[in-house]
Design a binder for this molecule. Structure first.
Ligand SMILES: Cc1cc2nc3c(=O)[nH]c(=O)nc-3n(C[C@H](O)[C@H](O)[C@H](O)COP(=O)(O)OP(=O)(O)OC[C@H]3O[C@@H](n4cnc5c(N)ncnc54)[C@H](O)[C@@H]3O)c2cc1C
Length: 500
């Protein structure tokens, strides 16, 4: 066993979309900073960011019914949808800047336009969807959204879903043509290629095993070279824990008080993938339905056209599942070892509170293929079992923490940025809305950890993200400019219609 020691400005742990985005932002803001990346697998974007491990939806709240709530007075609260749409616009502007500046190329290899649709059945749901559409279509962010409960129109929009459907069934949908399918795996790999070209030192098959803070505030990481078995020591002034499901254990090892009472609960995802080209060719949209009662928000069923490796495919799901692993390539002891004396009461409280989730997950795990087909048939009544295969997607680790609103052991469904008080360490936990909002979330990391540089960096941030610091909802002219510009740069203006 040999030992190596180095010092650098920034260490990014994990080569997923989050580290890729933060590294790229920092390289634009301070090109002279030295950055190192440690990734335990042999390539970038192999865990949740991989194209087969997530649904590839550019979450802009154009179709996800769980981002809007019906209030007791019957009105629809769209504040969450507004927030997520604004965050997605930040990613779109950043990707557009990268393409324009020739830092990444061929945007069609990571982003395509496909209509985003919400689809509901039953009178009550149709009334809800219509009301939701009326509220949303008045907002500039959702301009262009269409609603229909007319069968002929629906046959035109979603022929596969309308085939063999009872004539007396109440059904309605909304459609936004500006939706996207994003290959986050391809994007992650492109960003890491770019980082390599800017002399970022990327070490694959290097697992970060431990970390401790030096007296001067910098961090020393113990890193295992998985090829040679040697242990290396690497120090940095700033560390970002972008380990996806692996982040919680690393945060706990850092020992910062901000991470002590946090726990995690893994939820795995399973999709059904269509193997019949004739069926695949009949659907050209991402169609989101309504979650079943008691189902967690990440298991909202959707039927998605995907575009991966220049090939169109069709996926349905996700079905939730339970595996104690925190990463797809993780260990079955991940959940057990994440329970520490600091978070044990938070975890126990969550266990008692979330019995219905546990019951739901057990039911989901027990589903046979034919039972999963029955759920698919709510979308495609004539779906045949032989046309569909099961594929295992990525792991999500939902954050559990004590909150004022929810009390002890509250399960969180969003993303959490945890930072040390001196800003020398940041960790990203949770996975929703996920990769779509990477640029917004990594800007949040920068704001929290480098407040002393924000004034100096602001002009460059505005060059990359013209809407930075502004509300697009309140500035429709800027929104229009941004839409036109990002559509042109990312090649989304006309090409998408060729697929619909
Ligand atoms: C089923 C499913 C569907 C989803 N659908 C969508 C969607 O439609 N749209 C969307 O925007 N988001 C979606 N997401 C969420 C999205 O995939 C994630 O938010 C995003 O990929 C997380 O990126 P990351 O960089 O944080 O983590 P990851 O991509 O998981 O990367 C973390 C990396 O860290 C490495 N690592 C971990 N521990 C260590 C260590 N100790 N040392 C070195 N390396 C380490 C891992 O090997 C991995 O490569 C989905 C997720 C799932 C699971």
């Amino acid at each position: 066993m040999s030992s190596e020691e180095t010092k650098t400005d920034v260490i990014l742990i994990g080569a997923g979309i989050m580290s890729a985005t933060l590294g790229t932002l920092l390289k634009e803001l301070v090109p002279e900073w030295k950055i190192k990346v440690f990734e335990k697998l042999s390539n970038a974007g192999e865990e949740s960011s991989n194209e087969w491990n997530n649904a590839g939806t550019g979450h802009a709240a154009l179709c996800e019914l769980n981002y809007t709530n019906e209030q007791t007075d019957g009105s629809i609260d769209i504040s969450k949808a507004v927030k997520i749409n604004e965050q997605f616009q930040v990613s779109m502007q950043f990707w557009s800047y990268l393409v324009n500046s020739k830092l990444i190329h061929n945007p069609q290899n990571f982003i395509r336009r496909f209509p985003h649709m919400s689809m509901v059945r039953g009178e009550e749901n149709v009334t809800f969807l219509k009301k939701r559409y009326e509220t949303m279509s008045n907002n500039p962010l959702f301009k262009g959204m269409e609603f229909s409960d007319d069968r002929e129109k629906l046959v035109e929009w979603i022929p596969l879903i309308m085939q063999d459907r009872p004539l007396n069934e109440a059904i309605a949908a909304t459609k936004s043509d500006s939706g996207t399918d994003v290959n986050f795996g391809a994007l992650t790999r492109m960003l890491f290629d770019h980082l390599k070209n800017t002399n970022v030192d990327i070490k694959y098959k290097h697992s970060v095993e431990n970390m401790e803070r030096h007296n001067d505030g910098s961090w020393e990481l113990k890193v295992k070279n998985l090829d040679s078995g040697s242990v290396e020591r690497h120090s940095a002034a700033f560390v970002f824990i972008g380990g996806g499901g692996g982040s919680l254990h690393l945060l706990q090892k850092s020992g910062i008080p901000e991470g002590k009472q946090i726990g995690g609960f893994p939820v795995s995802g399973i999709f059904m993938s269509c193997n019949n080209p004739e069926v695949i060719a009949q659907h050209h949209a991402k169609v989101y339905g309504k979650a079943k009662k008691g189902a967690p928000p990440m298991s909202v069923p959707h039927l998605d056209t995907r575009y991966i490796d220049n090939k169109q495919s069709l996926l349905f799901g996700p079905f939730a599942g339970f595996s104690p692993n925190f990463l797809k390539n993780g260990s079955m002891f991940d959940l057990v070892t994440s329970v520490t004396p600091n978070n044990v009461f938070t975890m126990l409280a969550a266990g008692a509170k979330e019995m219905s989730l546990t019951k739901y997950l057990i039911q989901q795990v027990m589903l046979s293929k034919e039972q999963r087909m029955e759920e698919l048939r709510e979308f495609i009544p004539g779906a045949k079992s032989e046309d569909w295969d099961l594929v295992t997607a990525g792991q999500r680790v939902q954050v559990i923490k004590d909150t004022e609103a929810g009390g002890k052991g509250t399960l969180q469904f969003g993303t959490e940025v945890v930072t040390s008080d001196d800003g020398s360490l940041a960790a990203l936990l949770g996975a929703s809305p996920g990769a779509s909002t990477a640029a917004h979330v990594m800007l949040e990391v920068i704001q929290k950890c480098f407040p002393q540089y924000m004034k100096e960096w602001e002009p460059k941030i505005k060059e990359m993200i013209p809407s930075y610091g502004e509300s697009l909802m309140e500035n429709p002219e800027l929104l229009d400019d941004i839409h036109t510009h990002t559509s042109q740069t990312l090649g989304l203006s006309e090409r998408e219609l060729a697929f619909s």
